[in-house]
Design a protein around this ligand. Structure first.
Ligand SMILES: Cc1cc2nc3c(=O)[nH]c(=O)nc-3n(C[C@H](O)[C@H](O)[C@H](O)COP(=O)(O)OP(=O)(O)OC[C@H]3O[C@@H](n4cnc5c(N)ncnc54)[C@H](O)[C@@H]3O)c2cc1C
Length: 462
């Protein structure tokens, strides 16, 4: 879409959330000349990366009235991406040699990510735009504008009118609990990974972990350090799948899916194996959830977790550009996605870039659904971009005239995921892509984003 010829317009914009997506969105909106108010119910910036030892009262997160604990981070969590490709593009996530309290590892702990986001907020003076401890409880369109109702920690409610609302409220808080046949009468404990923090409570237990991707792989190994046995149930093309893993603790097995859970405490896997378990841990992902959003039925989230209708996962056609979403797709380079999507939103709101007509956006969306179906992609993966993430981001980047994703970034993600799958125990500490690390630091140096020589990081930054 060609840049529009209109004069640049400044809008009054509400941003919901001060996690990584909300922080960079606020920055991009302000850079484009908009005035911004960011709402967050927490006391600090960082969203998901604010670790809380406290978990929710309902371990499966099924009770809609439960007090929410936003973060799903567990104590031992380290990033699942190398830091070079994870950070925002003009504020690289490099080790801070000047501060001994920081974690210089290539895949650092969650504390280092939070520290990085705080650095980012400080560097760009973002906190001055944020209202902390203020929850958005309702967002609705009124006369071409948007009414935002918020409630602060003192119980004070306020209604304000904004030209636009950008939703950056995250999507890793509302558990998706896999259906296990027979589980209603199974007598053991059940918990979703959202409420998992430390392995201690599983000492000497037999534990079944459902799900074997990033969180499942991590949590099963964390629990195996203290448990008697850990059995991982994973979606596998081979129902007979069964393997004992000798690392890291010699008490870990992988199985195909669960066939049924029984009243006598046993769990039967599709491979025919039976274990008597104390606890099931569901590492089965999350649901999109926007309880504050009132669109008179225009938008919905179906049972397959598809948020619709959303043009390019950002704009609901009939409500665009009044309402937009930054951070919805699940992909590797999340922070870079937030940055590029928010540049697009900022440019559309100012009139520098125009969106296609509502009809054209719907046509595009329907065609994209048809393509997914023809490719056999399950509906529940609508917002999972996987291998097409760089293509998607580059399309938006071209649309709003910003730099395309550096090829080394996409390659680091791909190589990192290959390592995660082939070597889940050690993928964070053993790698074979030094060439890509070098390329990243040379790129940062060329763009004058780091003050030391690239070789300094290569020598010391691990
Ligand atoms: C276990 C786990 C590990 C991960 N590891 C990585 C990793 O290694 N690398 C990576 O790049 N990504 C990782 N991710 C993805 C991660 O979620 C994103 O990187 C990113 O931090 C999400 O940012 P966000 O701003 O979209 O959401 P969040 O960080 O969740 O922030 C949303 C904010 O919105 C606020 N909020 C929500 N609702 C309201 C409301 N109604 N009113 C006011 N405020 C509200 C919340 O308080 C929160 O501060 C991981 C995710 C999980 C679950």
């Amino acid at each position: 879409m060609a840049p529009a010829q209109n004069p640049i317009i400044s809008r009054h914009v509400a941003v919901i959330g001060a996690g990584a997506a909300g922080l960079v969105t606020a920055r991009e909106l302000r850079r484009e000349g908009h005035t911004v108010v960011v709402f967050d119910r927490e006391k600090h910036v960082g969203g998901l990366w604010i670790y809380s030892p406290k978990a929710e009262s309902d371990p499966l997160g099924l009770d809609p009235t439960r007090p929410i604990v936003h973060s799903s981070v567990y104590e031992s969590l380290r990033t699942n991406l190398p830091r070079e490709c994870m950070g925002f593009r003009d504020f690289p996530f490099v080790p801070r040699g000047d501060d001994v309290s920081r974690d210089p590892r290539r895949y650092p702990s969650h504390k280092e990510v939070l520290a990085y986001l705080r650095d980012f907020a400080r560097e760009f003076n973002i906190e001055e735009m944020i209202r902390f401890e203020t929850e958005v409880v309702r967002v609705e369109p009124v006369n071409e504008k948007w009414r935002v109702r918020s409630k602060n920690s003192g119980g004070f409610s306020d209604d304000e009118i904004f030209d636009n609302v950008v939703v950056c409220s995250g999507h890793y808080t509302e558990p998706n609990v896999a259906r296990v046949p027979g589980v209603k009468s199974w007598p053991g404990k059940q918990i979703h990974s959202h409420n998992y923090r430390v392995p201690g409570p599983f000492k000497n237990e037999v534990v079944v972990v459902i799900g074997n991707f990033a969180s499942g792989a991590d949590i099963s190994r964390d629990i195996a350090k203290v448990a008697k046995e850990v059995h991982i149930a994973s979606r596998s093309s081979d129902p007979a799948m069964y393997e004992k893993l000798s690392v890291p603790t010699n008490n870990l097995w992988t199985h195909s899916e669960i066939e049924t859970a029984c009243e006598d405490g046993s769990i039967v896997f599709k491979n025919g194996k039976v274990v008597y378990a104390d606890t099931i841990v569901y590492c089965t992902g999350y649901k999109y959830y926007f309880p504050f959003l009132e669109t008179n039925g225009y938008m919905s989230i179906d049972e397959d977790n598809r948020v619709e209708p959303l043009y390019k996962h950002v704009f609901p056609p009939a409500l665009a550009p009044g309402l937009s979403f930054v951070g919805l797709p699940a992909m590797g380079i999340q922070f870079v996605m937030f940055e590029i999507q928010s540049k697009w939103v900022a440019a559309v709101l100012s009139g520098r870039v125009t969106l296609p007509s509502q009809e054209k956006m719907m046509e595009d969306l329907i065609a994209s659904y048809a393509t997914l179906e023809a490719l056999g992609v399950p509906k529940r993966h609508t917002h999972r971009l996987g291998k097409i993430q760089c293509k998607y981001l580059n399309w938006i980047a071209e649309e709003c005239g910003c730099e395309l994703v550096e090829p080394w970034r996409g390659q680091q993600v791909d190589r990192g995921y290959e390592r995660l799958v082939s070597n889940p125990e050690h993928y964070r500490d053993e790698w074979d892509d030094d060439d890509l690390i070098e390329e990243a630091y040379e790129d940062f140096a060329r763009k004058k984003l780091i003050s030391s020589r690239p070789s300094h990081y290569l020598e010391t930054g691990r």
